[in-house]
Structures are given as C-alpha cells and as structure tokens.
Design a protein around this ligand. Structure first.
Ligand SMILES: [Zn+2]
Length: 107
C-alpha cells in the first residue's frame, strides 16, 4: 500500500518515506525524494548566508536545520569518515613537510 506525498502529490511506496516518530502516521508526510530536494534547497539557502549570519540563520531555522543536519550525517556517514581520515592523513603529511622544511632551512 502506498502513501501520497504531500509535496509532489505522487503515490509512492511506504518505503519511499522516511520514518518519523513524531508524525501520527509514523512516517514523514513527504517522500524521500522531496526531502532530498528540500534539503538541497535548504543547503543552498544556508550556504548563501553562511559567511554572514550562520548562527542567526540556524536559530531561525532550528528545526529544519536539525533535521537536515541529522539526515546529512546519516546519509554521508561513510563520506564523512573518509573525509576525516583524509584530513588526518593530510595533517600528518603537512607536519612531515614542515619538519623537512625546517631541517633544510637550518642546514
Ligand atoms: Zn514527494
């Protein structure tokens, strides 16, 4: 049995909806596809302002932002872990480079 998405108005399989404990149906009222779209819009909206008023923006969009952020972390877990590893590796390499450079300068 499907469920109609309140955003795109299409009937979709229940598996296409994310679970949501706070919702009466146990699922989000919009489908994953729409959730993705809206998080992209939110991401863009946010990043246009990120340099100026990030904190204020987050305060005004707290729930949207938390939801977006939670989903983002969940969806990108592997990427984030890989990114952290890469950063750590880069830091090590940078440190090695710096030590080498210092050595050369002191020679
Ligand atoms: Zn939809």
């Amino acid at each position: 049995m499907g469920k109609i998405c309140s955003r795109c108005k299409q009937e979709k399989d229940i598996g296409d909806f994310q679970r949501d404990k706070s919702s009466s149906t146990g699922y989000k009222y919009y489908c994953k596809e729409c959730a993705k779209k809206s998080s992209q819009v939110l991401y863009k909206k946010h990043h246009e302002k990120v340099n100026t008023k990030h904190k204020e923006w987050v305060k005004n969009h707290k729930e949207e932002w938390q939801e977006y952020y939670r989903d983002y972390i969940k969806e990108n877990k592997d990427k984030l872990i890989a990114w952290k590893k890469k950063k750590a590796q880069e830091n090590i390499e940078r440190r090695i480079q710096r030590i080498k450079r210092n050595r050369e300068e002191n020679m």
